[in-house]
Design a protein around this ligand. Sequence first.
Ligand code: NDP
Ligand code: 8X3
Length: 251
Amino acid sequence: MAKTAFITGATSGFGRATAKRFDAEGWQTVISGRRGERLDSLKAELTNPSHSIVLDVRDSDAVNAAVKALPASFAPIDVLVNNAGLAVGLEGADEADIADWDLMVDTNIKGLMYCTRAVLPQMVANGYGHVVNIGSIAGAWPYPGGNVYGATKAFVRQFSLNLRADLVGKNIHVTDVEPGLAETEFSEIRFKGDKDKAAAVYNDVDPIRPDDVADAVFWAASRPKNINVNRIEIMAGAQAFSPLAVVRGLK
Ligand code: NDP
Ligand code: 8X3
């Protein structure tokens, strides 16, 4: 029987590439996101059975209902890819909009929690499953303006490890994939539709591509069950660590 991968945020970027990658490997997919027309066009490109769900991961009841209403041929889910997420704003903590912070917490933390909690009982009952969470280098490496976004991704990293602690005897694997600078719609969302500002992030640099992340997700999810890949951190070849900040003249 074909295996099934459930991918959140499949309407763009990493999620879309990941859906295509699992499909290319012969998997069925459950693709979700808020933009239905994007799901329709992705579904038309997929070659194996796919079930699309217009879903806002911030809505716990809707997440539970969607998982309960999966057609029998798409349940249980073998692999859940918790990819839906966003950064909004790059202001310092003293100037950031609290609504932006709420949106990141509600999506990147609470949405990921809701999807995980909704899918896990099926996986446990089935005796098999893999949760792949999309974290970020921002969860480990601080940078100015990364404040709450980075903190949400630190949650993803620690939640992934704690899930593993809970699930180790149940044959459920968990991986946190943590990419760095990658060109998707991410920066356009972060800068609230300012295309010039978003384009400047990728100016004259060779970033990570969505397919690179899809590769990592599929690789982690297709390892033999005697191993668990805890974390994969990926930076662009053109990206590295900055020195610690030292401000001179402070008394
Ligand atoms: P995109 O903006 O291209 O894609 C984000 C996806 O998340 C979209 O499909 C969007 O779908 C979905 N999404 C956002 N909010 C919600 C919501 N409330 N409910 C359901 N789906 C939602 O960005 P990326 O592909 O880059 O981002 C994917 C993940 O990767 C995110 O978690 C991001 O934080 C992370 N990441 C990105 C990096 C980068 O540099 N690009 C690096 C490291 C991590 P829709 O709007 O249709 O709902
Ligand atoms: C996105 C990568 O470095 O812009 O998670 O925060 S970064």
